[in-house]
Design a protein around this ligand. Structure first.
Ligand SMILES: Nc1ncnc2c1ncn2[C@@H]1O[C@H](COP(=O)(O)OP(=O)(O)OP(=O)(O)O)[C@@H](O)[C@H]1O
Ligand SMILES: [Mg+2]
Length: 278
């Protein structure tokens, strides 16, 4: 059995671009490895809409229908996307009122690990973290998000590269930290930060604010490292949306896609390291 790398992509409130970056990384890496993209934003699943997914399975049915022995989910849940990865769509819009049991979500992610080299999980911003020593429970979407983070090997934090975006990140980071501390690695999972949708003018200032506030901690806590700064590029995300494709597939030559490449390379290397581990 293979042991794929589970990466949770999370960002604070303010729609910093988590879904855009998650889809872009899936599209970029699909040619090199087996990638599964999971929409676990339980308040506003966007990937099915953004990537024009067909009708079929989703995160709710995948957590509720029993998986056959040796399979990650019931038949028909994972969709083959034309960009080359497999997609487990979410539930669009908060009006659906469907809930996902946090432990069932963690169990699905763990099974998907055995079916891919890389599992990219789009996690919603709301976090409800259980008290220490307790398993996540309840129907609040925030509990599901916290469980998805706890199940991950690596957290990729997307923050909007603006004064407000960085402020949102710094204010909400302690909750993320608590959610990761509930994981099997007790908070030792690596954390990378991507600043997105920036103008370039404040690049150094925004990076400095994140690393200054969160990067230097050494008290046994994994620091948050800024690994990329992605430019605002309306035209490329517009084209991608129109075509229902990741931006790295629809507009591979765009400045946005080019800036995402080093993050994809880092993830590929992390997935290789995990595969090679005994
Ligand atoms: N680098 C970028 N350049 C231009 N537009 C961008 C960029 N990144 C994201 N966007 C746009 O910002 C909006 C929010 O992006 P997205 O839906 O990916 O955010 P999110 O963090 O997943 O939000 P939510 O909290 O709703 O899940 C979208 O309209 C998207 O096209
Ligand atoms: Mg989203």
């Amino acid at each position: 059995m293979t042991a794929g790398l589970v990466v949770a992509l999370w960002g604070p409130t303010g729609a910093p671009g988590v879904s855009t970056v998650a889809a872009a990384l899936a599209g970029e890496l699909a040619a090199a490895m087996r990638v599964i993209l999971v929409d676990a934003n339980l308040t506003r699943g966007a990937l099915g809409v953004l990537l024009k997914a067909a009708q079929g399975g989703n995160i709710v049915s995948a957590t509720r229908f029993p998986a056959p022995r040796g399979a990650a989910c019931a038949p028909g849940q994972l969709q083959d996307h034309r960009a080359g990865f497999r997609l487990l769509p979410g539930i669009p819009g908060p009006a659906q009122g469907l809930s996902v049991e946090p432990t069932a979500l963690a169990a699905v992610l763990d099974r998907l690990r055995g079916a891919a080299d890389l599992v990219l999980v789009d996690v919603g911003s709301r976090l409800v973290v259980p008290p220490a020593g307790m398993a996540a429970a309840g129907s609040d979407a925030g509990s599901g998000h916290a469980a998805a983070l706890a199940a991950a090997d690596l957290a990729l934090v997307i923050a909007r590269a603006t004064r407000l975006g960085v402020s949102d990140l710094l204010l909400q980071y302690p909750l993320l930290d608590q959610a990761l501390a509930r994981g099997a690695g007790a908070g030792t999972a690596e954390r990378w930060c991507v600043l997105n949708n920036g103008s370039g003018r404040r690049m150094r200032t925004d990076e400095g604010r994140v690393t200054g506030a969160l990067g230097g901690r050494t008290d046994g806590e994994a620091p948050l490292r800024v690994v990329a700064y992605l430019p605002h590029h309306h035209e490329a995300v517009d084209d991608a949306e129109e075509q229902g494709l990741p931006v790295t597939v629809a507009r591979r030559d765009s400045p946005l896609s080019r800036a995402i490449l080093p993050v994809a390379d880092r993830l590929a290397a992390a997935a290789d390291r995990r595969r090679a581990a005994p």
